[in-house]
Design a protein around this ligand. Structure first.
Ligand code: PMP
Length: 424
């Protein structure tokens, strides 16, 4: 297979750099190859040079139904003709909320927002208000948005601001513990009685798609109960993807609050915070949560049509089976090419990197991966028509099928040949 050429993308990228810093509107995109996409359809992306790509990045996760799902785009277009924001109420809000609560059935109330970043902040504020306490616990390698109190990098196990201009004092209100280590949490909760919340990505998707060890999430639940701490699941990646009810349903553990985003609205920007009525009603009793675009007409139309699709024809079994086949096939191809490619995680969201075999339990375990080599390889994959994240996560959508699988394996085979030749 010949490598893709992207002359038009290169020209557009040059112009983009004159317009916006780095040519991109989200720093996450700086690490990827510069490709200008013309459109997406199902599991495929098409660039301005006429190349096609099988998409395993899925817009960083939202495209769980595939690109431009007909029912969602039709519903959004139809409903938007009535207007987009009213600064008042409308019936689609109720319908979206009802469908949401029927899907995330442990939750009693929901508030819609726009991004995961801001909704994580709402969850933390609510936990503080409910407990009258200050601090929260999070885990190394999780991502809870780009704001000052949650953006971290860990250097030799010590949390540090990850960005220039970020106030390090905002990190003083959180503790960063290793994921999958209940003893560390037990000790901390015994020592500090000013902890309002524990916030966790139930599967560590932002660091190697690391799964919780048996009983870990249940133990978090118990410890939070014992210490009167609010347990927050950050389900921005896992929500509506692992199962209709997200990780809470998949692992059978009920948090006090959970934050959703990405997969819940067929590609439209919508987030949600859900929880018990007692906690959530604090938003009508002194705790501020606001947003001009919260529960806009198109957002609610996107939620209603997406959740209707997910409920009427649940794709979870199919996606799981497809992802499992894909994970196995990637492993087999890597063996054929004698390359140490590691594939781990869930079939809907797994991590690929170069490294030695064996399981890792936390963020520190990522040190056994050659992340830079994989980041470079992700560009090779793009050159062969496979669109993936440089950080190693692969997402599988309901639109991936047999055609995509065989095309992927053919393209991956060619990319691995290039990699194997480079490595010699
Ligand atoms: N939480 C998690 C677990 C995420 O993965 C992300 C984004 N990747 C966020 C929060 C932030 O969401 P957003 O980009 O919509 O602000």
């Amino acid at each position: 297979m010949s490598l893709l050429t992207r002359t038009r993308s290169a020209e557009l990228a040059e112009r983009a750099r004159e317009i916006t810093p780095g040519g991109v509107h989200s720093n996450v995109r700086l690490a990827g190859p510069s490709v200008f996409f013309e459109r997406g359809e199902g599991a495929w992306l098409y660039d301005e040079d006429g190349n096609d790509y099988i998409d395993y990045l899925l817009g960083q996760g939202p495209i769980f139904l595939g690109h431009a799902p007909r029912q969602v785009t039709d519903a959004v277009a139809r409903e938007m003709r009535r207007g987009s924001v009213f600064a008042g109420q409308h019936t689609l809000e109720n319908r979206a909320g009802e469908l949401f609560l029927e899907s995330v059935d442990w939750a009693e109330k929901v508030r819609f927002g726009v991004t995961g970043t801001e909704t994580d902040q709402a969850a933390l504020r609510l936990a503080r208000a409910a407990t009258g306490r200050t601090r929260f616990v999070r885990f190394a390698g999780t991502y809870h948005g780009w704001l000052d109190n949650v953006l971290i990098t860990t250097v030799d196990g010590v949390p540090r601001p990850a960005s220039a201009g970020q106030l390090s004092r905002h990190l003083d209100d959180s503790y960063v513990l290793p994921y999958n280590d209940t003893a560390a949490l037990e000790t901390l909760l015994d020592q500090d009685d000013d902890i309002a919340a524990v916030i966790v990505e139930p599967v560590l998707c932002n660091s190697g798609a690391i799964l919780p060890v048996e009983g870990y999430l249940h133990r978090l639940r118990e410890l939070c109960d014992q210490h009167g701490v609010v347990l927050i699941f950050d389900e921005v990646i896992t929500g509506f993807r692992l199962a209709l009810g997200g990780a809470a349903e998949y692992f059978g553990v009920t948090p006090d609050l959970a934050v959703y985003g990405k997969a819940m609205a067929g590609g439209w920007p919508v987030s949600a915070l859900a929880g018990s009525a007692t906690l959530m009603d604090l938003f009508a009793d002194g705790v501020t949560h606001a947003g001009t675009f919260n529960s806009s007409v198109p957002a609610c139309a996107a939620v209603v049509s997406t959740l209707t699709l997910l409920r009427e024809d649940p794709p979870y079994g199919r996606v799981h089976a497809h992802g499992t086949k894909l994970m196995d096939s990637i492993r087999e191809l890597a063996v054929q090419h004698d390359l140490p490619l590691r594939v781990q995680g869930l079939p809907v969201a797994f991590h690929v990197s170069f490294g030695s075999p064996g399981s890792i339990l936390d963020h520190a375990g990522l040190a056994s991966f050659d992340l830079d080599r994989y980041a470079a390889f992700s560009h090779t994959l793009a050159d062969h028509g496979i669109w993936v994240a440089p950080r190693g996560i692969w997402y599988v959508s309901a639109a991936h099928g047999d055609v995509e699988l065989s095309a992927t394996l053919e393209r991956l085979d060619a990319a691995l040949s290039v990699e194997a030749a480079c490595g010699q």
